[in-house]
Design a protein around this ligand. Structure first.
Ligand SMILES: Cc1cc2nc3c(=O)[nH]c(=O)nc-3n(C[C@H](O)[C@H](O)[C@H](O)COP(=O)(O)OP(=O)(O)OC[C@H]3O[C@@H](n4cnc5c(N)ncnc54)[C@H](O)[C@@H]3O)c2cc1C
Length: 821
């Protein structure tokens, strides 16, 4: 009998092959990889992927996946033939905007540990002599990028996995998933059932269909993307022998949505410059019989879409004028609503996992992460941006997936600002205050389908009234986008009068039942067995002590808790971990409720006018909650504040929301009440040093490094991660989330920029904002613990080094007199 779980992997593409390799190397030998297509060229995307691996990405996780892919594919071969050809990568700029952006991208590379350089036109031509020097303004050169030969790597990985016991079965289509008692028990094929304890679907763009076999909604869209090979390019003749195949760097011409790779004396051209071409899987299936051995993922080339591409390519690479397009195809692969991959276990059927929407570039990294999740229970790399459960329910609708995925195709090479919202679909989720917010000229950005005010144009008049020390300096054009000096006025009113913040979009979960306390105590670091009305800031850790989330847990009844969460991943965690005996119910109450954060020194004056309940310091202490009535509206008030001012989060049901807004608004007029948005909020929270999970800390960090050791119940054991953090403390940290203030007082950075210590890259920015109260920009950054208060560093922003200093935190009200008053 097998001592390790029986794993069936559906899909023998580059992801499935990597996973089989990573599982077997960890000692899980009972692995069967099944594919509907013949082996090794199954007809999936990997069979014909041109394999360009550009590692640099805005996401640290994606960059690390790519780095691992490079490292791993470099180390394997098939009978001496390469799987990775490290020719380097070059992304050229033909517009000033792109050139500027290449510096931002170089910053990401530096932040995530990839060596990269911005080079001038001559160096671009030296690296890639086919380029017309007059067309380019510069380029980003990453020497460790290169070409992955995915089809060959699949063979190398399969051989290695087979040598360790894995089986690969071609021409075996999975037509169903067997389950019993809420767990997978095997996969059904026309030849019979293959028993399994764990099934991992690596079915690429077929993912939606395979997910449907267990009722799992997989938010991806298959799209066709054009790729063509030229005929012989005279200038390339004699450059490469058959074995090397390519020596020029892989090339991106993003201003025209194009990329290039060399193969012998020809060039391959990939294009995102065409209309999005969604593919209906039913059409591919219908063609299956006639297609026989050809590839379902290769659709006929639509020449008319390629014509402008060919013209543009000849402009950048004039040598192409002496050749022609030889062959082309419209190749199919997966897109998702936010461009990230999809990793995770079905919420309903235990043991059914997916790893899809993964590029060749990230395939080894994803394979390793999934193997670690299965074998060790956690991935060493933070996966929150890849977790299939990151989406809100509304984002799983096929219409939403289709529109946003197509938009991602269109924007794939665009220069996108970190705050840039999608233009469509919008208005999916609005809070009950939305009519009032619109009347106040709210400028909405979008997150999780929610419309969220960032500032209110109605407050524009306050900007002139700002005292000199509150008047924000001008921003550079990039930092000024999706920003307004009105945020300064809203911050000013929050610190000096009172402001209303719409906190509705923040995820709220109700955890109830006789087992509720036990579940929350087991999953979090805080002591929650406190009196009804207590509110606790606590952390959910993984087994290794990494921070899975930070939660605010309010005990509203003996067996009733309201959990302020970060997103759907928290809901998924609680639901998954809840006992199956019905002793705990976990409910997402976000949509049916709403919340106003009422904060500022006049907040109590305002509320007291509207209630006979006691909102005094004694009547509702800091970090306490109670039910009350405000202006006749039944509410739950919690005395906490992410902006660091006196006040409450005031919750009510959605139907009562607009009235709650109206009564607070009317009663606050003579107190100077304003509606305030996320821009002011983010600035104020950084001044108070409040961390935002997912930005400032993730599973890669322990509580002490993140400055959250205070939330750990040290003496207790038994909660997830307690053993891992038992030996940790402020003294054990080697790196620390640090507060920086920018020395020049005006240069605002936006996040992910590298930080240099003694001239060398030493960390990266996690969150940043202009601190309106302190009158200077703030950046939180991961830095070596040795960089204590007073240490000077430099933040690199678009190639410019901005001096900054490590500051004692929090910058505002360290004694907590404002908030506790
Ligand atoms: C034209 C083109 C150019 C590209 N260029 C690049 C590039 O330069 N760089 C890069 O990183 N990426 C590139 N990609 C993307 C990349 O090819 C894919 O993201 C990647 O190959 C996906 O790998 P996979 O293993 O997930 O999927 P696939 O290779 O598609 O494998 C999935 C497998 O699942 C099997 N399967 C599906 N359903 C079933 C079932 N019911 N039963 C059994 N088996 C099943 C399929 O037969 C298939 O073999 C490109 C894609 C295309 C189309």
């Amino acid at each position: 009998m097998s001592t390790t779980p029986r794993v069936v992997v559906i899909g023998a593409g580059i992801v499935g092959a990597n996973l089989a390799d990573e599982l077997t190397v960890r000692g899980w030998h009972d692995v069967t990889v099944v594919d509907q297509g013949p082996l090794p060229l199954t007809g999936g995307s990997s069979s014909h992927a041109p394999g360009l691996v550009f590692q640099t990405n805005a996401s640290k996780t994606m960059t690390e996946f790519a780095r691992y892919t490079v490292e791993k594919l470099k180390s394997i071969d098939v009978d001496g033939a390469w799987c990775f050809n490290q020719v380097g990568g070059l992304e050229v700029a033909t517009t000033p905007e792109r050139l500027t952006d290449l510096y931002r991208k170089r910053g990401w590379a530096t932040s995530w540990g990839v060596q990269a350089e911005v080079v001038g036109p001559e160096e671009c031509v030296r690296l890639h002599p086919l380029i017309d020097a007059d067309r380019v303004l510069g380029g980003l050169h990453v020497p460790t990028d290169g070409l992955a030969k995915a089809s060959r790597a699949v063979v190398a990985l399969a051989r290695r996995a087979e040598a360790r016991g894995a089986r690969f079965l071609g021409s075996t289509r999975v037509v169903g998933v067997e389950q019993a008692g809420g767990r997978v028990t095997g996969v059904r094929t026309p030849e019979g059932v293959i028993p399994a304890d764990i099934v991992v679907t690596c079915a690429g763009f077929w993912g939606r269909a395979v997910g449907a076999m267990v009722g799992m909604e997989v938010p991806l869209l298959p799209l066709a993307h054009q790729f063509a090979w030229t005929g012989q390019v005279p200038d390339l003749v004699g450059r490469n022998d058959e074995l090397t195949e390519a020596s020029l760097p892989i090339l991106r011409h993003q201003d025209q949505d194009l990329y290039y790779r060399e193969r012998g004396d020809t060039l391959g051209i990939g294009s995102y410059a065409h209309r999005p071409m969604p593919v209906d899987l039913r059409d591919l299936a219908a063609d299956d019989d006639v297609r026989e051995s050809s590839m379902p993922s290769m659709l006929p080339f639509t020449e008319e879409d390629f014509a402008p591409v060919w013209e543009q390519s000849q402009l950048l690479l004039p040598s192409l004028r002496s050749t022609k397009v030889d062959t082309g195809f419209n190749g199919v692969f997966s897109f998702t609503p936010d461009g990230g991959p999809l990793i995770g276990e079905s919420p309903d059927v235990r043991g059914f996992w997916i790893a899809e929407a993964v590029w060749v570039t990230h395939s080894a990294g994803v394979g390793r992460a999934v193997a670690q999740l299965l074998v060790e229970g956690r991935s060493e790399i933070d996966l929150h941006g890849c977790d299939v459960h990151r989406f809100e329910e509304v984002q799983l609708a096929p219409e939403y997936v289709s529109e946003t995925s197509q938009q991602n195709f269109v924007e794939i090479y665009d220069v996108l600002h970190p705050l840039q919202p999608r233009t469509s679909p919008r208005g999916l989720r609005v809070s009950p205050f939305s009519a009032r917010q619109e009347a106040l000229g709210a400028v909405f950005l979008e997150a999780g389908g929610w419309e969220r005010p960032h500032w209110y144009e109605a407050n524009a008049g306050l900007v002139e009234q700002l005292p000199a020390e509150w008047t924000p300096p001008a921003r550079d054009p990039w930092a000024a986008r999706f920003s307004s000096p009105i945020a300064a006025a809203e911050a000013w009113r929050t610190r000096t009068a009172v402001a209303m913040y719409d906190m509705t979009p923040l995820k709220r979960l109700e955890v109830s039942g006789p087992g509720a306390l036990g579940l929350l105590q087991r999953l979090t670091t805080g002591r929650l067995d406190k009196s009804v009305g207590s509110v606790t800031y606590t952390l959910a850790l993984d087994e290794a002590g990494g921070i899975r989330s930070d939660l605010t847990v309010a005990r509203l009844g003996e067996q009733l808790f309201q959990v302020g969460a970060n997103g759907n991943l928290d809901h998924d965690l609680l639901r998954r971990e809840a006992p199956t005996d019905g002793s705990v119910q976990v409910r997402d109450t976000t949509g049916g409720t709403c919340c106003i954060g009422l904060w500022g020194p006049r907040a109590r004056d305002l509320v007291q006018r509207l209630t006979s309940d006691d909102f005094s310091n004694e009547g509702l202490k800091y970090f306490r909650a109670k039910r009350a009535r405000i202006g006749g509206v039944p509410v739950t008030a919690m005395r906490l504040s992410y902006v660091g001012e006196l006040g409450w989060e005031i919750y009510t049901s959605a139907d009562n929301g607009q009235r709650l807004w109206d009564v607070l608004w009317a009663a606050g007029q003579d107190l100077g009440v304003v509606a305030a948005g996320r821009a002011a909020f983010n600035s104020l929270r950084l001044e108070k040093g409040y961390r935002a999970w997912g930005h400032d800390m993730t599973t890669e960090h322990d509580p002490y490094e993140a400055g959250l050791g205070f939330a750990v119940r040290k003496q207790d054991q038994g909660y997830v991660g307690s053993e891992a953090v038992a030996g940790l403390g402020d003294g054990t940290v080697t790196r620390r989330l640090s507060c920086l203030t920018v020395d020049d007082g005006h240069s605002v950075v936006l996040g992910s920029e590298p930080v240099f210590l003694d001239g060398r890259p030493a960390g990266y920015v996690t969150s940043a904002a202009f601190g309106h109260t302190v009158g200077r920009p703030i950046a939180y950054a991961w830095l070596p613990a040795s960089a204590g208060v007073g240490t000077t560093v430099e933040i690199e922003y678009f190639g410019r080094r901005i001096p900054a200093t490590v500051a004692a935190e929090p910058l505002v009200d360290p004694e907590m007199t404002r908030i506790r008053g």
